[in-house]
Design a binder for this molecule. Sequence first.
Ligand code: FES
Length: 148
Amino acid sequence: MSKLMQYNRRDFLKTSCQACLAVMAAGIVGSEMACKPSKGLYVGKIRKGILRVPVKAFNEQQTLLVQTYNYKEPLILIRKKEGEVKALLMRCTHKGVGLEKIGEQLVCPAHGSIFDFDGKVLQSPAGEALTSFPAVADEKTVLVKIEQ
Ligand code: FES
């Protein structure tokens, strides 16, 4: 093999490895970004069966998505009137698919079930209401009782 061919081959390998490292680094950074909770998703810890969420996490919105370690899907906390909060698991009762909040409805992207902010079925094929958790709130904190 000529010196020119060896040089080109070595140069090619060196350049390729640098490109691979750059792609891998970008992938790592990208995957870290994907793991971060999106804006509006509060990460909550449950202690002794109680999830505590500061009211200021709602950022003056009516609803807040809360990710816990207990469930794959987040909970949605819905502030009703003063001191009244609804806590629902964002999991469709038809086949367990994660729900999406669209306006004031919770919609299943799989087969089209729709639930209201009380967890009641508005549109089948789901036949059961969403899993809900007892919740109370004062002016500073929302407390949700989670069974463990
Ligand atoms: S899983 Fe939600 S409607 Fe089928």
